[in-house]
Design a protein around this ligand. Sequence first.
Ligand SMILES: *Cc1c(COP(=O)(O)O)cnc(C)c1O
Length: 230
Amino acid sequence: MSDIHERLQAIRARMATAATRSGRDPATVQLLAVSKTFPVEAIQEAVEGGQLLFGENKVQELLAKAPLLPAKLEWHLIGHLQSNKVRKILPVARCIHSIDSLDLARDVDRIAAELGLFPKVLIEVNLAAESTKHGFNAATLRSSLEALYALRRLEIQGLMCIPPFDPDPTKSRPHFIELRGLRDELEKLGGAPLPQLSMGMSHDFEIAIEEGATIVRVGSAIFGERKAKV
Ligand SMILES: *Cc1c(COP(=O)(O)O)cnc(C)c1O
């Protein structure tokens, strides 16, 4: 078995254990394999290991790789989306995790209408208000909720966050709890379900699952260390 197969199996087992430990059904948590910077050969290996759901953080890279791989794969965009790339990405990405401003949401809605699409999206929340990261802060999101729900083309499925990196994964827990709490609050405020919580990466996905993640975004723990800084 290849390294990628072995790592995938190990991660799936750890995901199931984390779910069971916290009283959740393992089937309620999806593994998004983050393949940024890795070649199509590595992705193909993961496919042979049973992985069908992949994430990329750059539009250009996603659009270059997707046509070289089986059509049955599902692609999610997890990085910042510039408005001038919306038209290209919408037909290819099944879900956009990184709706990080009302302006972007409006552009996606308008172009989706032109293309006859109803894209699935998640709202990115910048919990720690880090200036280096994109996303709504909690207050802006509360006050933008009505405007977001007025965008009838968007299937708003939930929230996404990238907590500040800390080598100690337990430091992510308060952020995951906060995102879940904000989700619960927005569901009441908006009167619509937000079932998806995209949170947890290679070093902290088990903690994210314990705190309610429904999609974990795991890259290096599957594919190995990335050489390029992204
Ligand atoms: C790169 C990336 C990941 C995966 O990071 P790893 O630490 O390699 O698991 C997850 N989410 C986003 C938004 C990313 O850009």
